[in-house]
Design a protein around this ligand. Sequence first.
Ligand code: SF4
Length: 99
Amino acid sequence: MPFPLLHRKKLHGILLDTPQDGTERCRECGGVCCSSFAAVEISWEEYELLRSLGASRLQLSLYGPHRLEIDYGCEFLVQGRCSIYEQRPAICRRFTCRD
Ligand code: SF4
């Protein structure tokens, strides 16, 4: 039996030097970037924060950055919105799409 084809949008973007919050573009998007990548890299402090918020898709690493898996959709994406927007990781704050 063949594997089902899972649809995933691909998004292109850049990481800004400084975080940005509440942009008009972000409000209208529906969270495409939150399901366009395999994972986001996070610090240890962010790892602990996300764990305290109930994250179940965390990867602890001894040699590189820790990660929150977002393949096929971040677990914190609820109805197209980040449910932890004020506490989201720095890399999420710095990402801006170019599509
Ligand atoms: S933490 Fe929020 S902004 Fe970051 S990938 Fe998940 S839903 Fe998107």
